[in-house]
Design a protein around this ligand. Sequence first.
Ligand code: NAP
Length: 273
Amino acid sequence: MAESVFKENLFEGKKVFITGGATGMGLGFAQAFLNHGAKVFVASRKEDKLEEAAKLTKEKFGKELIWKTMDVRNNETVEEVVDFIKSEWGGLDILINNAAGNFVAPVASMSENAWRAVVDIVLDGTFRVSKACYPLLRKAEGASIVNIIANYAWNAAPFVGHSGAAKAGVLNLTRTLALEWANDNIRVNALCPGVVLTENVKRNLMLDENTAKTFEDYIPVGGITDSEKMAQQVLYLCSPAADVITGDMLIADGGQWLVGNAFYQMGKKIFDE
Ligand code: NAP
C-alpha cells in the first residue's frame, strides 16, 4: 500500500460504515480507515466477496473488517444492518455511500428495469442508507457522510444515462442533507473519483488496460488512478482538516471533466459501428 500522508491514528476510535465495501474502491476506503485506527463495517450483497475481503484484509494488514450482507434496494436489510451497527458499536461517525451498479447502454435501448435497477441502487440506496444511519450519526461528536459520484453527474452521461441521472440526484441530495443536517453537526460531501480500473469497471464498462488508454488523452494530470489514491481523498473529506467543508464535491479526476467526456468518444465508437 502506498504511504499515506495522514497521521496513522487520525481516525482512532471512529466507527465507519461503507456500502459496497468488499470490492474495488470501497475496499480501498475500508482498508485506509482501518490503517488509520478506525473500526470499519462493510455491507453489500455477495457473501463470498465480503468473506474474501475480510480474509484479505486480515492477511495483509492484520485488521478486522466487520461485514454483513445487505441490499441497498431493500429497506429491511438496510435497517437490519443499521440495527446491528447500533448493537455492536452503539454509534456511527462516518458513512460512505459507495455501492453502485452501472453498465454501458444508450438510453434508446435501455429497458425500464435496467434504468430502475441503477437508480434504485445509486440514488434510492443513498437515500435509504443515509436516512437509516441518521439517528446514529446525529449522536456522534461531528459526523461525516461521503457520497461517491462520478464526473458525468453535472453535465451529461452519454451511454450511462441511468447512472448519470442517479449520480446527479445524489449530488443534489448531498447538498440538501448538508443543510438539513448541519445543526446535527453532520457534514455531507461527495467525492468524484477519476478513472479507476477496478474489476467492475473493466467488466461492466467494457474497459481494459488498452481501451482505458483512450482516457489518458483526457486526463491532464495524474492519469488513470487507483483505489488507494481515492481513499486518501475520502480520508481528507472526513478529517478535521475538512471541518469547514459541507455540501461540496471533491473532483479527483485529474481535470478530466474539463477536457471532455471520454465515455462519449468511446461509446460513440462502439454504438456507431
Ligand atoms: P465495484 O467494485 O463494483 O463497487 C461497487 C460495490 O457496490 C460492489 O462491492 C457491489 O457489491 C456493491 N453493490 C452493488 N449493488 C449493491 C446493492 N444493491 N446493495 C449493496 N451493495 C451493492 O466498483 P468501483 O469501481 O469500486 O466503484 C465504487 C464507486 O465509485 C461507485 O459508486 C462508482 O459509481 C464510483 N465511481 C467509480 C469510478 C471508476 O472509475 N471505477 C469512477 C467514478 C465513480 P455486490 O455486488 O456484492 O453487492
